[in-house]
Design a protein around this ligand. Structure first.
Ligand code: KIV
Length: 281
């Protein structure tokens, strides 16, 4: 498969071909999603919640993002790679924003960065783009503003708020964004925004009228049996399956069934073995 670039994504929108994006935080998942032909891998700051166990994305640091980005980039071959700018990494000044965006590309090997916010971030977006780094925008429910928004609630429900989101989408495109995430808003609004801009628009909790869809991979895989929000479709119940595997392992070890003879070595083990699974090897 050919490498997916920002031009590929633009052409997909023009051709009416839907774009798929999934989050990935490590080399194993990145390789699996890449080999499935998912066009965009997002190293989302959602890792603060699904990997680190925080209640918000706010504690995630630049160093942590760089670490996870580099792990994903190590095994992804064709997908377009986007790294999230964490909270505090682009709000203070355009200079700091450029410095941090450059880190995600230079040290994290990302091909673009994503940041949350509308017209008020136009200057930051254009400065990062001018430095040669493509920027994916993100409006609607912007999780880094959870305290300002009063919780993880549906956005753009009044005419005035819907108009503000529409003008934010146009402002970030004007500032240089090559694509945009719309999170948690009424389906009619996201469809109107998608029609009103020429950059590809990728939705989450934003209905079917966007140019593409993104999900947090742990949600798609059903890693948390207790989390089933309306906007998520669980394609697997992996959380249940993983717990079940751990229970079976425990049971077999306790009963002396694992390791069996076929999992044990004799003194004449023929050749070196590879320890642990390395994706792609
Ligand atoms: O951090 C993240 O995973 C995201 C997606 C939900 C779009 O921003």
């Amino acid at each position: 498969m050919k490498k997916v670039t920002i031009n590929t994504l633009r052409k997909m929108k023009q051709a009416g071909e839907r774009i798929t994006m999934l989050t990935a935080y490590d080399a194993t998942f990145a390789r699996l999603f890449d080999s499935a032909g998912i066009e965009v891998l997002l190293v989302g700051d959602s890792l603060g919640m699904v990997i680190q166990g925080h209640g918000t994305t706010l504690p995630v640091t630049m160093d942590q993002m760089v670490y996870h980005c580099a792990n994903v980039a190590r095994t992804a071959e064709t997908a377009h790679l986007v790294g999230d700018m964490p909270f505090g990494s682009y709000q203070a000044s355009p200079e700091e924003a450029v410095k941090n965006a450059v880190r995600l590309v230079a040290e994290g090997h990302m091909e673009a960065v994503k940041l949350e916010g509308g017209a008020e971030y136009a200057e930051v977006i254009s400065r990062i783009v001018r430095a040669g780094v493509p920027v994916m925008g993100h409006i609607g429910l912007t999780p880094q503003s959870v305290h300002k928004l009063g919780g993880y609630v549906l956005q753009g429900r009044t005419e005035q708020k819907a108009q503000k989101l529409l003008s934010d989408a146009k402002a970030v495109e004007e500032a240089g964004c090559y694509s945009l995430v719309l999170e948690m808003m009424p389906a009619e609004l996201s469809a109107e925004i998608s029609r009103s801009v020429s950059m590809p628009v990728i939705g989450i909790g934003a209905g079917a009228g966007c140019d593409g869809q993104v999900l947090v991979c742990y949600d798609l895989l059903g890693m948390n049996p207790d989390f089933s929000p309306r906007f998520v479709k669980k394609y697997l119940e992996l959380g249940v399956a993983i717990r079940d595997a751990a229970l079976r392992f425990k049971d077999e070890v306790k009963h002396g069934e694992f390791p069996a003879a076929e999992h044990s070595f004799t003194a004449e083990a023929p050749k070196p073995v590879q320890l642990y699974s390395v994706p792609g090897k």
